[in-house]
Design a protein around this ligand. Structure first.
Ligand code: NAD
Ligand code: ZN
Length: 338
């Protein structure tokens, strides 16, 4: 078992990573909690033992279930059961469950403790770490939410064995991103050479460091969006049937090609992006029918774009947001991922 600390002053917590860490749940649920509301989906199929009186609340599958209606339903059921401020919520699932149950915990009785048992690769290395919780509106994704740090996170790598292959691959797209978030220490193994639990722990440590330095997205957290500007555009445009991580993978290669055209990185660094993406069996090309003009328009609407087209780009100083990027360079970089 690997323990990674997320340092946030009095809101600091541990993330435990490894095969079977779900069995440590009883020890990480806050001591004073007499009751635990376990929130999960039937398709997750993971049983946990919080070590005290508990009840399982099942929410639906798919993005439409990540809604205020689901949060209201949970809060009403918590009330009817008599869950108090001293009790706790345990979310057992992927990012959909940790986002929704985390938000319910943030607002129920103005906030009760939550522990995440992350069961997808994406949730283990991203969604469950960092305290962002929330739900969708019909108008768009993640538009209502709160920062609500968990009391602990358990990343049980044993559970990844039952993930549908496509979900696992999508998680690897997010994992590929972490290769470029910090410079590899000289002589250290590349992320992809490590066993899976160590890869997960390394990603958690990187995200923990970024979140610790910028809990509420003042700016530093922007690097976590590496590869996501084109990635998000691809997810919204057309019906490409791309999972989040697959779209991010194409976005990573695009970002490298763009940084290269702006003279920020050399061809070898672009090749490293392509190697990592290929190594996780992820796509590095736009879907065949993708329309460049539409993608550029969508990228301009990325909610993280403050003024004009902004991209997180690699460079001599590492990743940083670059504003006012030249349109010709963007078009050329899109051609390079055709
Ligand atoms: N809060 C954040 O910082 C953050 C970051 C990234 C993504 N997210 C959110 O996370 C969500 C996506 O999360 P996801 O990719 O984990 O998808 P998901 O939670 O929808 O899970 C995908 C599918 O896998 C199933 N599943 C989960 N664990 C399983 C297991 N161990 N075995 C078999 N099946 C299992 C789920 O029931 C679901 O059907 C999105 O809503 C996204 O907005 C949040
Ligand atoms: Zn992502």
């Amino acid at each position: 078992m690997i323990a990674v600390a997320v340092e946030l002053g009095e809101r600091s917590y541990d993330v435990l990573v490894g095969d079977g860490v779900r069995h440590s749940l009883a020890t990480v649920v806050p001591q004073q909690a007499a009751r635990v509301a376990v929130v999960t989906q039937s398709s997750v199929g993971v049983e946990v033992d919080p070590g005290r009186e508990h009840r399982v609340f099942t929410i639906g599958d798919g993005e439409p279930a990540k809604s205020l209606a689901t949060v209201e339903g949970l809060c009403r059921e918590f009330t009817r059961w008599g869950l108090t401020r001293g009790d706790a919520v345990v979310a057992v699932g992927g990012g959909l469950v940790t986002d929704t149950a985390g938000f319910a915990a943030a607002v129920y009785l103005r906030g009760i403790p939550v522990v995440h048992v992350a069961t997808t690769l994406l949730a283990q290395i991203d969604a469950a770490i960092g305290g962002k919780t929330g739900v969708n509106l019909p108008e768009g994704k993640n538009l209502v939410g709160a920062f609500w740090q968990p009391a602990a996170v358990l990343c049980d790598t044993e559970l990844l064995a039952t993930l549908p292959p496509r979900e696992l691959r999508s998680g690897f797209g997010e994992l590929a991103k972490y290769h470029f978030l910090v410079p590899a220490p000289v002589g250290a193994a590349s992320l992809d050479e490590l066993p899976l639990d160590e890869q997960v722990a390394a990603c958690v440590a990187i995200k923990a460091a970024v979140v610790g330095a910028d809990e509420r997205e003042g700016g530093g957290r922007a690097v976590l969006n590496y590869g996501h500007t084109l990635g998000h555009a691809l997810e919204v445009a057309g019906d490409f049937d791309l999972r989040h991580g697959e779209a991010v993978a194409v976005g990573l290669v695009f970002a490298a090609e763009l940084a290269h055209r702006l003279g920020r990185i050399d061809a070898a660094r672009v090749a490293e992006h392509r190697r990592v993406v290929a190594m996780y069996d992820l796509p590095s090309h736009l879907p065949a029918n993708a329309d460049a003009a539409e993608l550029v328009a969508l990228m301009g609407r990325d909610k993280k774009a403050i003024r004009g087209l902004t991209f997180v780009l690699d460079g001599p100083e590492g990743l940083e947001p670059v504003t006012g990027v030249d349109r010709t360079a963007i078009d050329d970089a899109l051609e390079a991922v055709r």
